[in-house]
Design a protein around this ligand. Structure first.
Ligand code: NAP
Length: 892
């Protein structure tokens, strides 16, 4: 049915006594609720929407404070479900004002005749699931109660204002206003002494306008926030022309983007750009006046790496100091306690310049906390400020406040949501909660919601939910409920995603830190809008994975499981590789495969700088071999790590693991010598193994010449290189040297058997395939030779070997033989540290600056190397030479 015709459709709700019977009850008539109503009607469901306010608009109905505007460009903050609607409305400004946005919602409500199914001025007081009737029973404070099959909370993320939490508010004799509940007739502040408490988005938008009216304005700031100029005006030409040229493409790009606004993924990392290049990018972003631009388009590591992020903070501090004339005030306004973007930054118009006005005073509550509010004003530790009006811009009980305001919400077996969420919200996809059948949340905790353009996220949620309800009806199911496994898996995935970003380093309303006593934890999903959409689609594509479906005349269906077990960045990498439609490496022949690898490696981020990179030749088992040497920038001499690259004994060279070698060098503070050992098929077994031993012996004899610290060496390797490293340790023990102090084995090949479970579990789909391993073995080693411990070190004598650190990855065919090797070493009395990296694939841990969740694993590897060398495990770092601050990874 065309959208325009849906308005004519009746919801056909019925009243039985004092209860209204509907298929679906929706709470909230904001952006989400209005679209839900339209879409549900269109799908043939009877619907009632319950709304506390007197009209439509949700957050835009309540937030009428001076200066209230959208902070996502309004071209992007629009419904897209109906192209005719999209064309019928044109925004007058880049960032529309609250009145214009409210007019838009009224326009939408009229166009689809939505109001007749909305019960305004009505609150849902309680919601109870009736297991026998398989319906939700909703008690309201106005009019009949409601019985519905499906209960959808479209209550918004920022709709429950936070109480002021300051003693004495009730004693104040002047006027008190909350930005989130601003009087509809406006407030005349002319000639008044006004206090504003709070400098979040609402405070920052309203302060300049209040300052223009008030006789005097005193701003009470607890935490300074980053704000950038909105440069409001007409929608910018570049965006408008892209939008006008191909609206469908524009909208589709937004749907698959990171934040719900059509920007590409930035690829240049901060340390690859010069100071001048970074400044140029920053100035462009500052001039663009667009939060999503500055949050995503400066450099690729801005949101994931502390150092890359800190560069932005400094540049913004410069801007603040350039505008604000009083140095002390400028310093107080400059945020220092959180990374840029970890707390929601603000868009402003003349915010910082407002502090140059003679009638504006900033009170820094970090230096002089508020003691109390009195009848005549506000008293801090240092002063008493007399005011006529107090404006609380103190924010919201975000994300869960409005949901928990319906109390109780009781699910199966009388379980109350407030008990289930006592330790923080638990959801599957941010949409559903185990134990609460047929309950849905739009942009609930666990979904991208407030970290995205809400318009895009809301439409995605509504489409997904309504499509599921229609599918249930078509297949005879009447209930749908998340499983505990799926929900726990989602919590783990959320945690994995959050280790990628810097949000966890800030106390914000994203984490519940703004509400005293609220359990803290990052509530929105940080994995991005596009990945989230693909996960929701995957849930459906895999037969409603993680949901139990029941119906009176159909067999129960429960497809239990976790939708994402991979680390989020590994998932993205695999997705990108799949899109590239790469050839099977084993089909290319050895030379073709080498050429392919060389080309492939050109696309990866260059490794970070080290003190010095050199190259030379060393003596292998049968002639000279090239090597590459990475020296730390710190004063030497340093211990030497002999490194063997991966590539199945067939591919790669001393340069092919360059970023990983640099990373090891920086993190361990040691020289890394990467050896270009011989490869099959030109040189089959035992050439590589013997080269490994010979190279290590040569390096041991030339330690001083290489600038290394006298004493035992360390060996390390990845994949087939780890096989060579461990074989080298066995040979060094058996042949009387050289001395080796420790071995770092990353996803090692340790045995020629293919029947371990990991070969079956991870045969395809995770880059290193079973077929590729077969091919490597066939090229390297004849079946008769494979049981030789120089090919399968697991079969050798493991006693008296150097201590080892063995890293294995969950989704790697080689996982189990790596674990078995570590266990066998331990059984033989060798000290072993094991790291089993959850959610990683064979190549994750060496994909430096691509797989960020591998960082903590690499940090542990470096610590282990330092421990082997008798150094303190943690490297003292300072200044430029410091390894990047580790983003906590999820390696287990
Ligand atoms: P907010 O960001 O939570 O800011 C609240 C401010 O009040 C903070 O500065 C906070 O300080 C301060 N505060 C809270 N309790 C206090 C207390 N007891 N004593 C002193 N200071 C106190 O709230 P908001 O400004 O309403 O914005 C919330 C979110 O709504 C925004 O981040 C944004 O996502 C959205 N919003 C959007 C727009 C828009 O342009 N579209 C406009 C407004 C809001 P601390 O930081 O120290 O807690």
């Amino acid at each position: 049915m065309p959208d325009a015709a849906v308005a004519a459709r009746s919801s056909e709700t019925t009243n039985s006594g004092t209860t209204q019977q509907v298929d679906v009850a929706v709470v909230g008539a904001g952006f989400a609720g209005l679209y839900l109503l339209h879409k549900l009607r269109k799908a043939g469901f009877s619907v009632v929407v319950i709304e506390e306010a007197g009209d439509v608009g949700g957050t835009w109905y309540w937030n009428r404070y001076p200066g209230a505007r959208c902070d996502i460009q309004t071209i992007d903050y629009s419904y897209t479900f109906d192209p005719e609607l999209d064309r019928a409305w044109t925004w007058s400004e880049k960032y529309a004002t609250q009145p214009e946005i409210l007019r838009y919602f009224n326009f939408v409500a009229d166009r689809y005749d939505l109001r007749r199914d909305i019960r305004f001025d009505t609150k849902v007081k309680a919601a109870n699931w009736d297991d026998t009737r398989e319906r939700w029973q909703l008690a309201t404070d106005n009019g009949p109660s409601i019985s519905c099959r499906y209960y959808i909370m479209a209550t918004g993320c920022l709709s429950a204002p936070k109480p002021p939490e300051i003693d004495g508010v009730k004693d104040f004799k002047g006027a008190v206003y909350f930005t989130g509940r601003w009087p509809h007739d406006g407030v005349d502040l002319t000639g008044k002494r006004v206090a504003v408490i709070g400098t979040g988005s609402s405070g920052i938008q309203s302060i300049p306008l209040i300052a223009e009216q008030a006789a005097h304005l005193t701003v009470f700031q607890r935490t300074p926030n980053f704000a950038l100029p909105a440069h409001n005006g007409a929608p910018p030409d570049d965006r408008k022309s892209y939008f006008e040229t191909d609206r469908a493409a524009y909208r589709e790009q937004a749907r698959w983007s990171l934040a719900g606004v059509p920007y590409p993924q930035e690829t240049a990392v901060s340390w690859q750009l010069s100071d001048a290049e970074r400044r140029e990018r920053f100035e462009k972003a500052w001039a663009a006046g667009d939060l999503v631009h500055i949050l995503t388009q400066l450099w690729a590591d801005q949101a994931v790496d502390f150092d890359g992020n800190a560069l932005i903070g400094k540049l913004i501090h410069e801007k603040i100091h350039a505008v604000v004339k009083d140095g002390e005030t400028a310093a107080a306004l400059s945020p220092h306690d959180h990374p840029f973007g970890a707390k929601r930054p603000c868009l402003d118009t003349n915010y910082y310049a407002t502090y140059n006005r003679p009638n504006v005073t900033l009170v820094n509550l970090r230096q002089e906390p508020i003691k109390a509010i009195t009848a005549s004003g506000i008293v801090t530790d240092k002063r008493s400020v007399g005011v006529d009006v107090i404006v609380f811009a103190t924010g919201f009980d975000a994300m869960t406040g409005a949901i928990m305001a319906v109390h109780p919400i009781t699910g199966r077996a009388g379980k109350s949501l407030s008990n289930v969420w006592a330790q923080g919200p638990q959801t599957y996809l941010g949409l559903t909660v185990a134990g609460f059948p047929n309950l849905f949340m739009i942009t609930g905790p666990g979904s991208p919601s407030v970290l995205s353009n809400m318009a895009v996220s809301i439409e995605q949620h509504v489409d997904w939910v309504v499509d599921r309800l229609a599918a249930l009806r078509d297949t005879g199911f009447t209930t749908m409920e998340a499983t505990e496994t799926a929900q726990a898996g989602w919590a783990q995935h959320m945690a994995d995603c959050s280790t990628l970003t810097l949000h966890r380093l800030a106390n914000t309303w994203y984490t519940g830190a703004n509400v005293p006593g609220k359990v803290q934890g990052l509530m929105p999903y940080t994995g991005g809008v596009g990945p989230y959409r693909s996960i929701c689609n995957e849930v459906v594509g895999r037969g409603m994975l993680g949901f139990k479906l029941t119906g009176p005349n159909v067999a129960e269906q429960c497809n239990d499981g976790e939708v994402v077990r991979l680390q989020p960045d590994v998932r993205l990498v695999l997705g990108m590789l799949a899109e590239m439609n790469l050839p099977q490496i084993e089909s290319l022949g050895s030379q073709g495969a080498r050429d392919f690898l060389t080309e492939f490696n050109k696309g990866r981020p260059a490794g970070r700088p080290v003190g010095e990179v050199g190259s030379g030749a060393l003596q292998g088992a049968d002639g000279p071999l090239p090597y590459r040497l990475y020296r730390p920038a710190t004063p030497g001499p340093h211990p030497i790590v002999v490194y063997f690259h991966g590539g199945g004994w067939v591919l790669g060279d001393e340069l092919s693991d360059d970023p990983f070698c640099r990373d090891l060098c920086r993190r361990s503070g040691m020289i890394v010598v990467s050896v270009g050992y011989r490869h099959a098929p030109e040189h089959r077994f035992p050439a590589a193994a013997e080269d490994g031993y010979a190279a290590t012996s040569w390096i041991a004899d030339h330690v001083a010449e290489l600038g290394g610290r006298p004493g035992p060496l360390l060996v390390a390797g990845w994949s087939a290189g780890a096989n060579i490293a461990t074989v080298t340790c066995q040979l060094a023990r058996d042949r009387g040297g050289p001395q080796i102090a420790g071995q770092l084995l990353v996803c090692p090949v340790t045995d020629c058997r293919y029947d371990r479970q990991s070969y079956a579990d991870n045969a395809v789909g995770y880059f290193l395939t079973r077929a590729l391993m077969f091919w490597f073995w066939d090229i390297y080693c004849s079946p008769a030779d494979r049981t030789d411990p120089r090919a399968s070190p697991l079969r050798g004598n493991l006693a008296n070997l150097p201590p080892a650190f063995v890293a294995t990855c969950e989704f790697d065919p080689l996982r189990d033989e790596g674990i078995e090797y570590a266990e066998a070493l331990a059984t033989a009395g060798v000290p072993v540290e094991q790291l089993q990296a959850r959610g990683h694939i064979h190549s994750s841990l060496v994909m430096v600056d691509v797989v960020i969740t591998g960082v903590s694993a690499r940090a542990k590897m470096a610590e282990a190397l330092r421990g082997f060398a008798g150094l303190p495990r943690k490297l003292e770092t300072s200044g430029e030479d410091a390894a990047p601050i580790a983003v906590n990874a999820a390696a287990g």
